[in-house]
Design a protein around this ligand. Sequence first.
Ligand code: UDP
Ligand code: MG
Length: 316
Amino acid sequence: MVDISVVVPCFNESEVIDAFHGALITALEPTGATFEICYVDDGSSDRTMERLRSLAGSAPRVRYASFSRNFGKESAILAGMRMSRGAVVVLMDADLQHPPELLARMLELHHHGYDQVVAQRDRTGEGALRTALSRAYYRLVRHFMDVQIADGAGDFRLLSRRAVDCVLSLPESNRFSKGLFSWIGFDTVSFTYQNVQRAAGQSKWGGRRLLNYGIDGLLSFNSRPLRLAIHTGLWLFLSALVYALWIVANVVLNGVETPGYATLITAIVALSGIQLATLGVIGEYVGRIYHESKRRPHYVVRETDDTTAVRNSGNS
Ligand code: UDP
Ligand code: MG
């Protein structure tokens, strides 16, 4: 058992991994704690795996696992947490956007009794549009979700062993970890740090990927969107009823012949739009049930120097 496990998901990070590793060691050594670093190569197509293998070969405190293809950051985090043996686990990005200097502060807060310490970034240096969209999204999420997730509170966090074990015991295969971390509860504290740009390489989060991630977040934690669909349907039905009565009354009282095209088309278009969207929502849940019911493993390990759980990446 070591004091600290640092879990680092890496996807095509060969340009920055050495700098990251150096900075991490520099930050960890002065704490006087024993530590291990668990790197997870998420099916990189560059030389990330070779770099990790040689880092692991040169230092006993470093272990790695490499996926057979890109399974996504959530799966990489999961594998890393399964590898970890530390009394606390810190999740960090490999691109130096999560400054290792903050580790000391996180550890100190943990010693004050917190099970989760979240380093929350502000949005310095980010495009205005992206900032505005993210803000709007988190407002929406606050409204919809049963669990609370904060803007900028990403995966840079420290978890106590019992919190990690709790997250690992959750069996779902669609893992939205921001939500899971919030769901497990325990005393959580967060502090804000200034956002930094990635040191080298490219962000893997384009617009489409972010949108899908956003949808995952909204749907992973409850069925409120379904409820919303029912409400919308009911309100539309009521207003259609009122409108129909009004037309009938108008014809009976005034004998007016109603020119119907415009209203008809509008109604059809609006209703089909809503129906399609609702079907989509239902389909999304059905798809999720289908997906979960297959109980596939979260990832497939191609290569690792870890002898424990990750190798047999069986479901949960
Ligand atoms: N990452 C990963 N698998 C992926 C995408 C990203 O393991 O499919 C890792 C990546 O190597 C990095 C972290 O997740 O360590 C954050 O990714 P990125 O910097 O691209 O995201 P951003 O900081 O732009 O949100
Ligand atoms: Mg990044």
